[in-house]
Write a protein that binds this ligand. Structure first.
Ligand SMILES: C[S@@+](CC[C@H](N)C(=O)[O-])C[C@H]1O[C@@H](n2cnc3c(N)ncnc32)[C@H](O)[C@@H]1O
Length: 288
């Protein structure tokens, strides 16, 4: 099966306006969160109303080009849950799950409320029934209070507490892309394991996946290895270069095969995860 990817340096709104076909099977939306970060091409301090109107526009345009039963996964801060659900409803998406991504990193402390330790991912579809939903099983370690281990894993639920956020800290590992000084090249880089779960659950080989805020290109890197086609749109030309480099030399840290065993109890796993060898560079190559 021939697999393609497109990396486009554009404002996603413009691209969405010009795309007329209804052929997208899954969209992953991980926009800037309006929390004062230093994006080169985005005002992350803009007024709240303007920000949510803009995201509503994105969701509505994505809806138009999504196939019947196609899915959207919309990632946001937990404090924005109300706005997320409101704009999904307004743009006609049918709500399926509010996924709690409990990051394995330390919580953000607060003096007046509980410390925050999760992010939300709203999963919704165009129409009541998803056209594809693969029930994944994972080989979770046996909890200490259990007498016996499970012999065939457990289904993935709406709480994801087994995927670590990429951090800059001491335990950061190889996956985060760094420059020669060791600084993160894209501080919002999503983990490969997160996109692996989303794409495996809600698509089939040969499908088309859209990422309108492609960032460092994690969606495309995972889609390619799973034999799904992908379109990544990114407004910042430096990140577009990063995505192209990342895709042309897949690093061992981006290799999804290290997770295959974890999902091995999934029914007909081979059909949704064509586990062919994809050429990777021999060592951990620096992209910068
Ligand atoms: C939170 S990051 C996405 C990170 C991504 N999930 C990854 O794995 O690297 C959001 C990205 O959206 C880009 N962006 C902001 N406004 C945009 C727009 N109008 N069109 C396309 N990209 C945009 C930013 O430059 C940034 O790279």
């Amino acid at each position: 099966m021939d697999v393609w990817y497109k990396v486009l340096n554009e404002d996603c709104i413009k691209w969405l306006d010009n795309h007329s076909e209804e052929n997208i099977h899954l969209t992953f939306i991980d926009p800037p969160f309006r929390q004062g970060k230093d994006y080169r091409f985005f005002d992350d301090n803009q007024p709240e109303e303007k920000y949510w109107n803009w995201l509503e526009d994105v969701l509505s345009k994505v809806y138009r080009i999504t196939v019947k039963g196609g899915a959207v996964y919309f990632m946001q801060r937990e404090k924005n849950t109300e706005n997320v659900l409101r704009i999904l409803r307004k743009t006609k998406w049918v709500f399926q799950n509010l996924i709690i991504w409990k990051k394995k990193t330390s919580a953000i402390p607060s003096e007046i409320r509980y410390s925050k330790q999760y992010q939300i991912i709203a999963f919704a579809t165009k129409g009541e029934r998803p056209r594809a939903f693969n029930k994944l099983r994972i080989d979770l370690p046996t909890p200490p209070e259990y007498k016996y281990g499970r012999s065939n894993g457990v289904y993935v639920t709406d709480v994801w507490d087994d995927i670590r956020e990429l951090t800059s800290g001491y335990f950061a590992g190889d996956e985060a892309i760094r420059d020669n000084e060791g600084n993160r090249v894209h501080t919002q880089q999503s983990p490969v394991a997160l996109l692996l779960r989303i794409i495996l659950s809600s698509t089939l080989p040969g499908d088309i996946i859209l990422d309108p805020f492609a960032g460092s290109g994690t969606t495309l890197v995972v889609a390619y290895q799973l034999k799904r086609n992908s379109i990544g749109i990114e407004i910042d030309p430096e990140y577009v270069e990063l995505i192209k480099k990342r895709l042309s030399h897949l690093r061992p840290a981006d290799n999804i095969m290290k997770y295959y065993d974890y999902y091995r109890y999934t029914h007909k796993l081979k059909e949704i995860w064509p586990a062919e060898k994809i050429p990777l560079v021999a060592e951990q190559r620096r992209l910068f």
